[in-house]
Design a protein around this ligand. Structure first.
Ligand code: UDP
Ligand code: MG
Length: 314
């Protein structure tokens, strides 16, 4: 029996691209159904992440035209990761396998075939990985690659050049469900599930229509989230830094004592001022890093729901 596939697509203000994406995805699913690779009951599940434009109306009219399209609407904008989680968890109870992708057709639909090949070989998770970043701006390419390297150094297990384009089986999603995290960085969390996985390469294209919903500010906070939600190394580094600075002060103390007993008076006004600022800055930075983690603990202990579903069309 061919497995039932749900394609989960988070959408935030995507009215410009929604219909093209729907049409292309439908064509792809129909081809896969005709080839007997997926069940005829397969669906496309749009998650409206509290859009302010006509995205939800678009989803509703698609649903009217064709029951292959279904949708959930979150109570408000919760961000890409939570919208994706809402979609995955909704699809989990209805499908055998789920593919998540962006609404803008940057992810190649033809990679679905490769995903299904790996699935047939028994994989529970298949990662879509970009074969190149030619289409990205120089800035995005450089920062993204530096960032993946930094994550590795921080001990975060992550698949290089993989965003959130991936296939997950019901079993893998049930595993993911047990990671009850509020601070979500899915691409770092999924490898922790374990199970058999594989990688499928694809060429990432440009956004089909509309604008990026990840301005620099969101990108930076997402990047910080990735590190602080998965690694405690920064706190450990602060401890080492503190020891180092303390060591330096001991050396300085010895140096000053020696010069004092040698009778050379030190006129170190500037040295003192610089030290005060340097140490003050380091301390503030250290407190800030620790504060990041305490903030995270605070949020996790509240145990707030990650999302609330306002409406569902199926
Ligand atoms: N997205 C979302 N909620 C948000 C921001 C983005 O659901 O608050 C969705 C968006 O609709 C898209 C995906 O996340 O489907 C990736 O966003 P985008 O393509 O703008 O990011 P980029 O490719 O520029 O990094
Ligand atoms: Mg995009």
């Amino acid at each position: 029996m061919a497995e039932k596939l749900y394609v989960v697509i988070p959408c935030y203000n995507e009215e410009a691209v929604l219909h093209i994406t729907a049409q292309k995805t439908q064509e792809k699913l129909n081809a896969l159904i005709a080839a007997g690779r997926i069940s005829p009951d397969s669906r496309v599940l749009f998650v409206d992440d509290g859009s302010a434009d006509a995205t939800w109306d678009g989803i509703a009219s698609l649903h009217e035209q064709n029951r292959m399209f279904c949708g959930i609407r979150l109570s408000r904008n919760k961000g890409h990761q939570k919208a994706l989680l809402a979609g995955l968890m909704t699809a989990k109870d209805r499908a055998d396998i789920v593919i998540s992708m962006d609404a803008d057709l940057q992810d190649d639909l033809n990679a679905f075939d490769g995903f299904l090949d790996e699935r047939e070989k028994g994989c529970e998770v298949v990662y879509g990985v970009r074969s190149s970043r030619k289409k990205d701006s120089w800035f995005k390419r450089a920062t993204a690659q530096g960032y993946y390297k930094l994550l590795k150094k921080m001990g975060v297990e992550i698949t290089y050049n993989h965003a959130d384009f991936r296939l997950m089986s019901k079993k893998a999603l049930e595993g993911l469900e047990q990671f009850r995290e509020v601070n979500l960085f899915l691409r770092g969390l999924v490898p922790m599930i374990g199970y058999k996985s594989a990688v499928v390469e694809y060429e990432r294209s440009e956004r089909a229509a509309g604008e990026s919903k990840y301005p620099l500010k969101k990108m930076i906070s997402f990047a910080v989230e990735g590190i602080t939600s998965l690694s405690v190394k920064p706190i450990k580094m602060i401890t080492s830094l503190g020891l180092l600075v303390f060591g330096v002060s001991i050396i300085l103390l010895i140096y000053f004592l020696v010069t004092y007993f040698m009778g050379k008076a030190v006129q170190g006004w500037s040295t003192i001022v610089i030290s005060i600022w340097a140490i003050g800055g380091l301390q503030l930075f250290a407190i800030g890093v620790i504060g990041e983690y305490i903030g995270k603990i605070y949020l996790e202990t509240k145990d707030r729901p990650n999302y609330l579903i306002a409406e569902i069309l199926e």
